[in-house]
Write a protein that binds this ligand. Structure first.
Ligand SMILES: Nc1ncnc2c1ncn2[C@@H]1O[C@H](COP(=O)(O)OP(=O)(O)O)[C@@H](O)[C@H]1O
Ligand SMILES: [Mg+2]
Length: 338
């Protein structure tokens, strides 16, 4: 059985994608799964969240192992071969990172140039376009993984198109503002187009032994990041944000599923996987010690009430992890029975 590959994507930056992937990677590991976190954003923020600067210097500047995602695709770029084996960075037992790389941006043009070549049945085009998926599948075998989480940059470029083709499922992180909603409006038609274009191409594969991704990128729901000035005493968002929040269930349905449900609110919406608390200064604190918020201890500097908040975060992230797993499973059941 294939392992679920879940992409976290919205072409709006700063909505908490990377923080989500980081925390969920730790959470799925706590729930007993073997996890691979893959950093496909050339900004490499996920990699910086997991690894110290000294470690990054060793990998990026001194070219020590593990190899980065860029080094995995490098032979294709040079025209001297196929993908390199992904050597993962062990983060903790059961949790490994496919290290990101600023140089990955150099693959963007190549991916864009080879996309039309698939229509002409060119083998190299198929090798380039499927590279990220094939690297992930190899990493899954090497790590014996049960789940793969992909962190993507905020754009609709060729790297993300290839990354999404490599994904079975897509989670859309949102924040309650116009930009995030506009990103969501853009996303649905783009995913639909990419799915169709890949379906046209996949049958033209000239090499029977070259395995290709199905390109499902099935939307499983969204998360909503609370605003920092979220009203703590009533636990209700300020009015200005409320109006964007009200639009979310229908905008999500319209753009991702082509349906509407005028009466749906975010609290009742099964596609709302979680509202994510704004952890304020706890987030930079967690980043500084390279831990998820729910593993923070007083020795890390989480004092007084914030230690309670850190502990409560464990339940919130566990619920989110379980909601994502539930929505992925229910889609799988639908496809096998339909
Ligand atoms: N739940 C949260 N609470 C507090 N700060 C957060 C939260 N999620 C993200 N942030 C902060 O917001 C900024 C953007 O988050 P990030 O995860 O990098 O978003 P993206 O990957 O979508 O650009 C970062 O500085 C991050 O620390
Ligand atoms: Mg990011």
């Amino acid at each position: 059985m294939s392992i679920p590959v879940i992409a976290f994507f919205n072409n709006k930056g700063g909505v908490g994608k990377t923080s989500l992937v980081y925390h969920l990677a730790w959470m799925y590991r706590e729930l007993g799964l073997r996890v691979i976190a893959v950093d496909l954003d050339p900004q490499a923020n996920l990699t910086a969240a997991f690894l110290s600067e000294e470690k990054l210097e060793e990998i990026w500047l001194l070219h020590k192992q593990p190899n980065t995602i860029f080094r995995c695709v490098q032979p294709l770029l040079r025209g001297i071969g196929d993908i390199n084996t992904p050597l993962l960075e062990p983060i903790a037992p059961g949790l490994a990172l496919l290290v990101g790389d600023l140089l990955l941006s150099g693959f963007e043009d190549n991916l864009a140039a080879e996309w039309p070549g698939c229509m002409d049945r060119k083998e190299l085009s198929f090798r380039v376009i499927s590279a990220i998926w094939r690297i992930i599948q190899r990493a899954v075998q090497l790590h014996q993984a049960n789940v793969v989480l992909l962190d993507l940059g905020p754009n609709l470029g060729a790297i993300n198109r290839t990354a999404l083709i490599a994904a079975d499922f897509v989670v859309v992180p949102l924040s309650p503002d116009l930009f995030s909603l506009q990103g969501l409006r853009n996303l649905g038609p783009t995913l639909k187009r990419w799915r169709l274009e890949w379906t046209e191409r996949v049958h033209k594969n000239p090499v029977a032994t070259l395995k290709l991704p199905a390109g499902r990128m099935q939307p499983v729901g969204y998360t909503l990041l609370q605003y920092w000035n979220h009203h703590a005493s009533t636990d209700r968002p300020a009015k200005a944000y409320q109006r964007w929040i009200e639009h979310i269930p229908n905008t999500y349905r319209q753009t991702m599923m082509g349906t509407v449900n005028e009466t749906m609110t975010i609290d009742q919406d099964p596609y709302c996987l979680a509202t994510i608390k704004h952890y304020k200064s706890l987030m930079p604190l967690a980043q500084a010690v390279h831990k998820p918020i729910f593993q923070l201890q007083s020795a890390d500097g989480a004092l007084g009430a914030s230690i309670q908040v850190a502990h409560a975060a464990r339940q919130d992230f566990e619920l989110l992890a379980r909601n994502i797993a539930r929505n992925c499973k229910s889609y799988r059941m639908k496809t096998t029975t339909s």
